[in-house]
Design a protein around this ligand. Sequence first.
Ligand SMILES: Cc1cc2nc3c(=O)[nH]c(=O)nc-3n(C[C@H](O)[C@H](O)[C@H](O)COP(=O)(O)OP(=O)(O)OC[C@H]3O[C@@H](n4cnc5c(N)ncnc54)[C@H](O)[C@@H]3O)c2cc1C
Length: 385
Amino acid sequence: MAAVGNVLIVGGGTAGSALAVLLARGGVTVDIVEIAREPVGSGSGITLQGNALRVLRDLGVWDRVSASGYGFDTLGLRAPDGSLIAEIPDARTGGPDLPATLGMNRPELAAILADAVRDAGARTRYATTVSALADHGSSVTAHLSDGTSSEYDLVVGADGVRSAVRGMLGIDTAPKPTGMGIWRIHTRRPKDVERTDLIYGGPCFIAGYCPTGPSTMYAYLVENARPRESIEDADKPSHMRALAEGYGGAWDEIRAGITDPDRINYTWFESLLVDRPWNRGRVVLIGDAAHACPPTLAQGAAQCLEDASVLAELLLAADHLDGPVSDQPVSGQPVFEAFMDRRFERAKAVVEASVQLGEWQLDPSPDADVPGLMGRIAALVTERP
Ligand SMILES: Cc1cc2nc3c(=O)[nH]c(=O)nc-3n(C[C@H](O)[C@H](O)[C@H](O)COP(=O)(O)OP(=O)(O)OC[C@H]3O[C@@H](n4cnc5c(N)ncnc54)[C@H](O)[C@@H]3O)c2cc1C
């Protein structure tokens, strides 16, 4: 028997979908309410590290993910003119039988996860959200935007960095801008782009790209954050092209393709860390709702997937929420305490390292040890959480 019989998940993104699949497959009745009208996958491509791929494999979607994405095992460092400075083997953080990194189109990842949710037997209500939660101690009443109310053993806030559920819990931690902004474009893959190559320097802090399929990739430019409201959609190509002027090599072809404002996304880097615990009673936060990082290590989705994996494991292993989960390092711990022991310090380390890497670019320091910090995080996330 599991610690819960039915669960409401608010938000059907990466974290919510992964949790839904694992719980539904374990026999728990799962409802998702998703505020969008369909699976959300906007914002260009995504770089998935091995520890994210490990969870996707546990979800049973690895075959589809590997068929639609583009895996690789090295990272290139280039000069602004495009010449290669170094080729660095990337850590296979998901284990030796998974690539170090895989690039994917976000809409394809969202569609694969939505199919997995449906196949596992969880129900998603799109264009719906939660309007109020009442925790009675032994259950939670969720009042939904469609006018219905239902009782659940557990409610999970997986509703992203601007989580409404977080606010309903009275947690006032909010995302903080880091001072950087990123331009991303989803575009054609030049033939010789077969992995991520990063350029530190030139007009931007970082110019990079990541292949996402046989003929696609996304490319990005990271600079000082500009006022978002000052950017008109129609002007996005000219802003991004002007920055791309400073780069050669594959960027010559990328720059020529920067024409369609609809393919360009501009956003700020933000960070967020909710202090432990991430639950109040029978309502718990996972994913970006609890911790979010700028993508300097491309660990955001991996950390969301790890939350889902660990929480599902604990809920399925316990008889009730107050524990005990017998096979945990501290035997007999209640579920949420065990969840925090396995997730909090690890997510915190990733958020802090991701922010630190950005700070070293904004405010260069002679003590900056970029390879050392990246190596420590790679070693940390290679261990199962
Ligand atoms: C610029 C940028 C680049 C990034 N690049 C990478 C990368 O390369 N690799 C990587 O691993 N990570 C990356 N990330 C981080 C990654 O995208 C996130 O960590 C991850 O998507 C978070 O997943 P989530 O499920 O917690 O939240 P989300 O993906 O935000 O999903 C939340 C879901 O909840 C829904 N929702 C929101 N509010 C409500 C509500 N009130 N009611 C119901 N539903 C609601 C949303 O519609 C959405 O579907 C990047 C982030 C940024 C900002």
